[in-house]
Ligand binder design. Sequence first.
Ligand code: IPM
Ligand code: MG
Length: 368
Amino acid sequence: MTTHSLLILPGDGIGPEVMTEVRKIIDWFGAKRDLPFDVSEDLVGGCAYDKHGTPLHDDTMAKAQEVDAVLLGAVGGPKYDDLDFSVKPERGLLRLRKEMDLFANLRPAQCFDALADFSSLKKDIVSGLDIMIVRELTSGIYFGEPRGIFKEGNERVGINTQRYTESEIDRVARAAFELARRRGNKVCSMEKANVMESGILWREVVNRVHQESYADVELSHMYADNGAMQLVRAPKQFDVIVTDNLFGDILSDCAAMLTGSLGMLPSASLGAPMANGRPKALYEPVHGSAPDIADQAKANPIACILSFAMALRYSFDQGDEAARLEQAVESVLASGARTADLMGPEGGTPVSTSDMGDAVLRALDASL
Ligand code: IPM
Ligand code: MG
């Protein structure tokens, strides 16, 4: 029996509450599916700052490098708004991404049948939607140098630099093509090659990788602003979208909202393969720490539960068990259980955070 190691970083706000539910699910797989996990827990974000004066302690960083996968809740909150930029909760998350070299951020936007009415778009435009945004996560304007606020004459200037090397584009393009082959076999690459040199290079490299290794996958290109428009006009035209760090940040929020259920969406951030052949990986819900509803048993644990499902699939090679968990979540939604964020005009049964976790456990039991 192999044990899988998992580092859990619940973080701030609703992070700890939703993670409590995920722990129950993890234990279920150990007890009922003979899939034991060696789980350790640590601090990230504001809570780490409170204890250590840094949003990510070096020991935690070292642990993250050793485990098979990291599962993170959420970071940040108003309490930390006035902290110096260098120790803001978000810096902990960015350090994990950068030092683990998690260059491919997978953000699925999937519309659950039971929730199609929640979208701000018409139901027929979103029902059945299933797209995957692959966002480059460790380079681009988030990390490019020079950066800073500098003095220029008698005023200040704020500078960030969009910078991409060919190899950085190459590896994220490959990740997108590989994924597309396991889904709808289509990739749309988004940049602004009409105004940015980094976009021209991006398009060139994506085309080269396509011709060299993935000619069987259908490839198209779009300027990112048009991409944003197409996402709200006719999102079902897309299968996999590959784009840079900043456009990916924005486009993935837009895609998430299309589904009407931000509280439902998981994500995976993957790096290069480790010695065991699996990629370095961090999984986290797309939603934030939602401090306004923290500690009120209102949070929806499903995005975090589905992030664990992605871990089962991408880090532990358990695609069938991931599908089992995803189906359990679908059946709970179909049964009408609704956390506060999912309560709409058509009603449903209001449930608390832990009720929702328990309902998923019952659906898992029923799947056996
Ligand atoms: C995200 C978030 C982060 C980002 C923040 C919290 C640093 O918006 O994961 O999309 O901008 O990447
Ligand atoms: Mg974002």
